[in-house]
Design a protein around this ligand. Structure first.
Ligand SMILES: C[C@H](CCC(=O)NCCS(=O)(=O)O)[C@H]1CC[C@H]2[C@@H]3CC[C@@H]4C[C@H](O)CC[C@]4(C)[C@H]3C[C@H](O)[C@]12C
Length: 324
């Protein structure tokens, strides 16, 4: 399971937790403007916007999990098992495979508005990358500074939802996640006032009681509510340090600790990495399960007019600063 989110202070931030029991050797990958992007069923992009994000590079192709382009448009793919359906090639539509979706969108567009129009004629076609990387069931969050959408390719076709929360987790489909929030409308950052009964006396004996009932388990429906509540009530300063700290706190509220979710005997899902990209400056920050120090890669320190991918392996070991 995974959680993606965006956050705005002075700058706009976008990132995600990747929760899984293994890794595909993902690296922070910068794709410069002249890296030739070939698409299986659509025309290539010889030049395009540069982008930075987390990807597995396979046969020289960046298989992005999440990324941000130099115009600040961002996109992340999250698991959507049992609901994602990709379709046969559809004549007259733009046929893009799921693994090409992030490069195709971020290569060309600047705003969610532009993406929405492009999606009207798009078909997510059921072609896998190769045998090592078969089709994976995903849905996507796409954000710019002013709005977010969720894109789900299901049996009926491509569904595009406005995402006013700016959060995405996994199942169920997005309209059900939004509906489920109704069940939590009473949650509050304020101390509770009782409507229980006039015949009893109640005591606000602890801080935080206004949000009793906020789910704390790691299911994706619960993480959606928890991340939405945390993000929508977030208060932080506007500096880079205050903003990214708050962003990692939001993701931390739905992170997965080893041992709490067993996916097969003695195999546990953990938050492999958390990312936060400043979409205005193109700096991609990350932490890993064991490395709590924030590491940064700045796309603008690379030659963005180049043709070759640039990738930085993740630093996975804990970095401890000794004070004496
Ligand atoms: C598994 C991950 C979601 C994490 C998650 O939700 N885990 C719950 C597991 S569980 O469902 O609870 O058991 C997702 C998120 C992004 C995905 C990659 C996207 C590019 C590329 C697309 C190709 O088509 C297939 C290979 C490819 C490298 C993908 C592999 C994998 O699919 C990635 C890592």
């Amino acid at each position: 399971m995974c959680t993606g989110a965006n956050y705005t202070t002075r700058d706009h931030y976008f990132g995600r937790n990747l929760d899984l029991e293994f890794s595909y050797n993902e690296t922070v990958t910068v794709t410069p403007r002249n890296f030739p992007f070939a698409f299986r069923r659509s025309e290539s992009l010889v030049t395009h916007h540069a982008m930075i994000g987390m990807a597995t590079i396979a046969d020289g192709y960046p298989l992005y999990y999440d990324a941000t382009n130099e115009q600040g448009l961002s996109m992340a793919g999250l698991n959507f098992p049992g609901n994602a359906v990709y379709h046969p090639e559809a004549p007259g539509r733009t046929n893009i495979t799921p693994f090409e979706f992030i490069p195709w969108i971020l290569g060309q567009f600047e705003t969610v508005g532009e993406v929405k129009s492009a999606l009207e004629t798009m078909n997510l076609v059921d072609i896998s990358f190769n045998e090592t990387f078969p089709l994976s069931p995903l849905h996507w969050i796409i954000s710019d500074r002013t709005e977010s959408i969720t894109v789900e390719s299901v049996a009926e076709g491509l569904r595009v939802y406005d995402n006013p929360v700016g959060v995405l987790t996994n199942n169920p489909p997005f309209d059900m996640q939004m509906f489920n929030l109704n069940n939590f409308m009473h949650l509050s950052k304020h101390p509770p006032e009782t409507h229980f009964s006039d015949e009893l006396e109640f005591d606000v004996y602890s801080r935080g009681m206004g949000a009793i009932g906020l789910p704390g388990d790691l299911s994706s429906a619960s993480r959606f509510v928890k991340a939405a509540f945390t993000k929508l009530n977030s208060v932080s300063g506007e500096t880079e340090s205050e903003s990214i700290s708050q962003f990692f706190q939001i993701l931390g509220s739905v992170a997965q600790q080893r041992g709490c979710v067993e996916v097969s005997p003695d195999e546990f899902e953990i938050t492999i990495y958390s990312s936060c990209c400043n979409t205005d400056t193109g700096v991609y920050y990350y932490t890993t399960y064991e490395n709590s120090r924030i590491t940064a890669v700045d796309m603008h320190r690379e030659d963005l007019d180049g043709r070759a991918l640039i990738d930085y392996p993740l630093i996975h070991e804990q970095q401890i600063l000794r004070q004496n």
